[in-house]
Design a protein around this ligand. Structure first.
Ligand code: ADP
Length: 486
């Protein structure tokens, strides 16, 4: 199957600014490749700073009318977008597997997961309540109203080419904001297909504008320098997040940052072994290990260590590595050459630091960007592999003695996005959940993200939450009204 078998109306090779499909004024394009085969899928415009400014202009003029549209009417439009995405689930999933690599069962899931944010915020937008406060004196009344922040810039990564967009754009639009979106240059087609469906759904011109560019730093500068952009929502690396944070200081933008993680996955002696193994496989190897909430360190207690490793090895060796379009594939390629070289280097270094290879350990013959699912044991918290986000199908196992040691190891990182632990003891569930310095905790669960829950991290993993009612509040300002002379 190639890109030509995807519904033609969803394959766009132009950007979307002010309701128009347009090319870069420079005539430059970016090539997009299939990571499973190396084949060029096509080219999209390589937009520059001028086009980024035009997108902000469009978002600023559209804001005037969009924020006046009633939440109920905005909900209707969002609902139509949601339904169109569901109708095109299969095409969107194929397109995503072609440009991103993850297996079809995962891209089908992501399309549903991404759409769920649009459905949720179509509903939640109607529930943006103000407050009436107890008055400080009899001649005054005090209340607050919620208003859209204004123009929002959204910068998104390649690992969830659909859902990272809907998770930002849906609450922004529901709140009455307008958006300038810059998706990852690695996966622009999924983003452009979403714009096509947004247009079909009747989202007015200028309300969402999207530019693709290879000059991320230059575009980022325009978006952060412009005082009309009142909020920046970014998902990506901690390195770029810090840069955008400092660039936003000058105009005091609101920020939502979903950055890197170093998730501990803790298996206690009393865990249900089957559930822990299944949880570790899905949490570690989903999307070939390329999610910010993927288990990065598997901490296993002494008493269950050997049994866990044996069963984990069995399960990992059943993963089917291959092209994501093959129905049997459960593990696809990683995104690009830099990613696979980094993963291979980390595995080699871990072994030279004393880790033991249990399975995998090298590139896989399925293609240039495939890495064999790997388990390393004897890993310690001092090793490089335990300190960095791996973003690949490699599971380092660290042995620990007791709860205090597990918690100390788990928290010994500047990151604080997701953590997981498996235990059957209710007292331990409370104590450990409260002690872990993370924004999200999976308890006897390897997958935790959904639209109803607040997704986000603490420490250097970011700011703000996406999903839940909090995700809507993050796109609204509170305005206090003090009424006197009553
Ligand atoms: P990843 O490692 O997931 O690719 P990045 O942080 O490099 O994470 O990329 C996430 C998004 O940030 C992408 O859309 C990318 O183009 C964009 N990006 C990268 N560098 C910058 C920058 N200096 N300013 C603004 N956006 C950037």
């Amino acid at each position: 199957m190639s890109i030509s078998s995807v519904n033609k109306s969803l394959i766009k090779d132009a950007c979307y600014i002010n309701g128009h499909w347009c090319q870069a004024s420079s005539g430059q394009t970016i090539s997009v490749y299939n990571p499973a085969t190396g084949e060029e899928l096509g080219q999209v415009p390589d937009m520059g700073q001028g086009e980024a400014l035009a997108a902000i202009d469009a978002a600023q003029s559209a804001l005037v009318s969009w924020r006046e549209v009633t939440p109920k009417e905005r909900a209707r439009v969002l609902r139509r977008w949601f339904e169109l995405i569901l109708q095109h689930q299969e095409d969107l999933a194929h397109l995503m597997t072609l440009e991103q690599g993850k297996p079809l069962f995962e891209t089908r899931g992501e399309v549903l997961y991404g759409a769920s944010y649009i459905e949720w915020y179509a509903e939640e937008g109607k529930r943006a309540y103000g407050k009436l406060f107890a008055a400080p004196s009899n001649d005054k009344r005090a209340l607050s109203i919620q208003q859209p922040i204004g123009v929002v810039a959204a910068i998104t990564p390649w690992n969830f080419p659909n859902a990272m967009i809907t998770r930002k754009v849906a609450p922004a639009l529901a709140a009455g904001c307008t958006v300038v979106l810059k998706p990852s240059e690695e996966t622009p087609y999924s983003a452009l297909a979403l714009m096509e469906l947004a247009e079909q759904a009747g989202i007015p011109a200028g309300v969402i504008n999207m530019i693709t560019s290879s000059q991320a730093a230059e575009i980022g500068k325009v978006l952060t320098d412009d005082s009309r952009v009142r909020k920046l929502s970014f998902t990506g690396s901690t390195r770029v997040g810090k840069l955008l944070y400092s660039q936003s200081a000058n105009t005091i933008k609101k920020l939502s940052l979903e950055l890197g993680g170093n998730a501990p996955f803790i298996v206690f002696d009393d865990a249900d072994l089957d559930a822990a193994v299944a949880g570790a496989v899905i949490s570690k190897f989903r999307n070939a290990g390329q999610t910010c909430v993927c288990a990065n360190r598997i901490l296993v207690q002494d008493g269950i260590h050997d049994a866990f490793v044996a069963r984990f090895k069995e399960a990992v060796e059943q993963l089917v590595v291959g092209n994501g379009l093959d129905a049997t594939t459960t593990l696809g390629p990683v995104i690009n050459q830099a990613a696979i070289d980094k993963i291979a280097g980390m595995v080699d270094q871990a072994q030279s630091e004393g880790a033991t290879l249990v399975t995998g350990g090298q590139r896989h013959e399925a293609g240039k960007l495939f890495f064999a699912p790997t388990i390393l044991t004897g890993v310690t918290q001092q090793m490089e592999i335990a300190r960095q986000e791996i973003f690949g199908p490699v599971a380092p196992v660290i042995r620990f003695k007791d709860d205090a040691e597990a918690i100390a190891i788990a928290n010994d990182t500047p990151y604080g996005l997701a953590a997981y632990f498996f235990t059957e003891n209710h007292r331990r569930i409370w104590k450990v959940a409260e002690a872990l310095e993370y924004g999200m905790i999976g308890i006897n669960e390897g997958i935790l993200s959904n639209e109803i829950a607040p997704f986000g991290g603490v420490k250097e993993s970011g700011l703000g939450r996406e999903g839940s009612s909090q995700g809507l509040e993050d796109y609204m300002e509170t305005k206090y009204l003090c009424m006197g002379g009553i």
